[in-house]
Design a binder for this molecule. Sequence first.
Ligand code: GAP
Length: 497
Amino acid sequence: MSDKKSKSVDVVANIVSLAKRRGFVFQSSEIYGGLNGCWDYGPLGVELLRNIKEEWWKSMTYREDVEGIDASILMHPRVWEASGHVENFTDPMVDCKICKARFRLDTLGDSISQKNKDKILNELKLELNDNTFLIDMIDSIIANAGDEDPFNLLLEDNLLGKLLIPKLNCPQCGNTKSFTDARKFNLMFKTFIGPVEDSSSVVYLRPETAQGIFVNFLNVQSSARQKLPFGIAQIGKAFRNEINTKNFLFRTREFEQMEMQFFVNPKNDKEWFDYWKNERLNWYKMLGMNPSKLRYHDHPKNKLAHYAKEATDIEYEFPFGWGEIEGIHNRTDFDLSRHEEYSSKSLKYFDDETKEKYVPYIIETSAGASRGFMAFLIDAYYEEKVNGEIRAVLKFHPKLAPIKAAIFPLVNKDGMPEIAREIEKDLRRNLKVFYDDKGAIGRRYRRQDEAGTPYCITVDTQTTEDRTVTVRDRDSMQQERILIDNLKQYLFDKLSK
Ligand code: GAP
């Protein structure tokens, strides 16, 4: 493993360990050995997640032109035929006939060393020496791979994949010639509605929240008396039977999405795509994410999904590399037209002013709440040397911090606990606060640093004389004295920035 790679594993391992120790994230069903790809949010994690969703909700729906909804997770099965998920939401997979492990074809090459890949390709080219068509095809795929692994692209190609797969060793058991042919594996979870478990009662756990918005387009537009352009936003769980769950919360089987579909006149699609692209990147920056770790990844025209006219990912630089945290798509009229076709209901919009009738285009912003959670957590994590000791601190934006303030009596006597409890009671009415009277004050500060609490309030001897307390800032570690009577307003001002 390269130095860079092992360092990134260390950072993720430290964060996973801190997340468990401090109650941000636990493995699902841990006492039974865990359930792969599923995670539980603990007391601090649930606050962070709720704060992320709350900030998204406020920024997306506290405006005139976006309405919110909360659609059901189970939807009519025809929805997923119309959306193309039944047919296309698949990953090509191979199984090892000996150890029974299953692998995604598009990532199988990741477990093979470059030296081995070169050897396998050279071998294949030698075997193909009179087939210039296939050799040209290999060279062209390699030349146009961009930032993707060309070997994985070759494996995904129908023709070349068939020739390459028998040459690979199974990454799990090491056997060769043990793979089945590639097969399509649908990522939607199936269940049954009603008492009879047969094909007529199959329903799916939604793999994205977007479809609940598309099918409600006219309900929302007419009930909220909205005119185009306007959007519909939703936060909710989505489920995908991912084959390779990896990197903690990055790719899980159950996760949350925060999606907004903005319905526009097709003539104005570019203007709105650019608008939302800008808005969404700024949202992460405004919540304190390091701008140098954020970038756009514009999809090249030849890589666009079949329904998209333009697409951009907002990527974050995780310790294991750049990864998408949000997708912004111009989905054209694809979704509404398909739902018109499959439901036989018109989803056209009539514009009173221009007297035009048309199927709107949709600009989609699709963020992962759980993937965003991981990015915010990693971005906030710092280890600093303070007085010869390592201080682990989560420098969350105050709006995201799970606990807003901690209250400490310096000692458990001389009237200090009573005043500290009084402050706690008063603040608790509006803020998530924490009371701690255990251990040395330095240790109490460190515990709150690790939880990401932006302010620590200490009641000391001076408090009993002049009713002032110290307020310590998590990041600068500086303290200032504030009158108890001004404390609430002081915190509100700081937390609303
Ligand atoms: N409606 C469009 C859509 O669902 P997507 O790119 O498949 O697009 C959007 O997903 C976002 O949802 C991603 O940017 C990511 O943040 C999150 N996401 C997707 N699959 C995920 C998974 N298996 N685990 C965690 N988050 C996921």
